[in-house]
Design a protein around this ligand. Structure first.
Ligand code: DP6
Length: 340
């Protein structure tokens, strides 16, 4: 069986967690289209206790990914009791170069969780209904928090929030009733620096436990969630953009006042931000930036402004990128089942 699953970009950021993978605040994201992982899962009854998971990333063994997958399988064992009875060969590939600095944990963990939920259907029956996707989201979360949002098309939210009915800390839910302007919103991911991050997201979450600004951050995230939900529903691009940019800068401000402090932005990240703000002020085009936990810049704009925005990106932003590399992505339809 095989699934492809896209990456997602958070609008309200998940930053800070409690055991076991419970977020300290609710988050919401756009599910993307082009940046994705395709995973094939092969399984057979387990003959040898020493042989459980054989993981190939882009055709090669990868010890660092394998150990994360091994740990994730251990955490899934309670919810997929058949896991220990089989041996697995997992083949995974990304649509983007591994060295691009684009986090692949969301797409890869969600693709893998979907394959295992599919396997469960094959073994014990069932259909791909709401519960199937909810379980895939729940399992994805145990692999990597942000992965649980990639299960759903367009917009997904994870974590309990008063602003979102039925929101839950253990899985993401799809957000419906979004203004059509957001259904195909563009996200150009500009690779400013592709080298591996000095501080992983997992470590970054941990540093929130001692961050003096953590309590106020969690309050701000909740009030930003209320505002962005209203903006997503009404199509209010000004409010949307203001919240999205505030969230990106708050995320990086939290890193700068962690102990020890660290900076993941690159000088060209700031340069991109300034260019985007200047272009917006000059043209009144609703173009905004967001960042994940790294130096690369996500440039968000509506599809009907694509021509002007792509021209601006080519002229002003690409010279700031590494190796002239960007992914022209957009909000998309979520994971795809590739083999019956
Ligand atoms: C800044 O989901 O990568 O991208 O749960 O430890 O795997 P783990 O962390 P991860 O953190 C993502 C942080 C973020 C914001 C977000 O996607 O909400």
């Amino acid at each position: 069986m095989a699934w492809s699953s896209p990456s997602n970009i958070a609008l309200i950021k998940y930053w800070g967690k409690k055991p076991t993978q419970i977020p300290c605040n609710a988050s919401i994201s756009f599910t993307l289209t082009e940046a994705k992982t395709t995973t094939q899962l092969h399984f057979a009854p387990r003959k040898d206790q020493n042989e459980w998971i054989n993981f190939l990333f882009e055709g090669k063994e990868s010890p660092s990914f394998s150990s994360r997958i091994y740990k994730t399988f251990e955490s899934w064992d309670r919810f997929l009791p058949f896991l220990h009875q089989f041996s697995f060969r997992i083949e995974s590939e990304n649509s983007f170069p591994h060295s691009s600095g684009i986090a692949s944990s969301a797409s890869s963990m969600s693709a893998l969780a979907l394959c295992l939920c599919e396997m469960e259907i094959q073994l014990i029956g069932g259909i791909r209904d709401e519960n199937f996707y909810r379980k895939a989201s729940f399992l994805s979360r145990l692999g990597s928090g942000s992965a649980c949002r990639s299960i759903y098309q367009q917009v997904a939210a994870w974590g309990r929030s008063d602003a979102i009915a039925h929101s839950h800390d253990e899985y993401a839910i799809p957000i419906e009733g979004i203004d059509p302007v957001f259904h195909n919103f563009c996200d150009t991911i500009v690779i400013v620096n592709g080298t591996q991050k000095a501080v992983s997201s997992t470590k970054g979450h941990e540093l929130m436990n001692s961050n003096p600004f953590a309590p106020i951050r969690y309050q701000l995230a909740e009030s930003n969630m209320e505002k962005i939900m209203a903006a997503l529903r009404s199509g209010d691009l000004d409010t949307f953009g203001q919240i999205v940019e505030d969230e990106a800068l708050q995320l990086h401000a939290l890193m700068m006042c962690s102990s020890p402090s660290y900076i993941l932005m690159h000088p060209n990240t700031l340069q991109c931000i300034n260019e985007i703000r200047t272009f917006r002020a000059d043209t009144k085009i609703p173009i905004y930036f967001t960042l994940d936990a790294g130096p690369n810049v996500h440039i968000l704009y509506p599809q009907d402004k694509q021509t002007q925005c792509v021209k601006f990106i080519h002229e002003m932003i690409m010279p700031l990128s590494e190796d002239n590399y960007a992914i022209y992505d957009r909000v998309g339809m979520g994971p795809q089942n590739l083999k019956g």
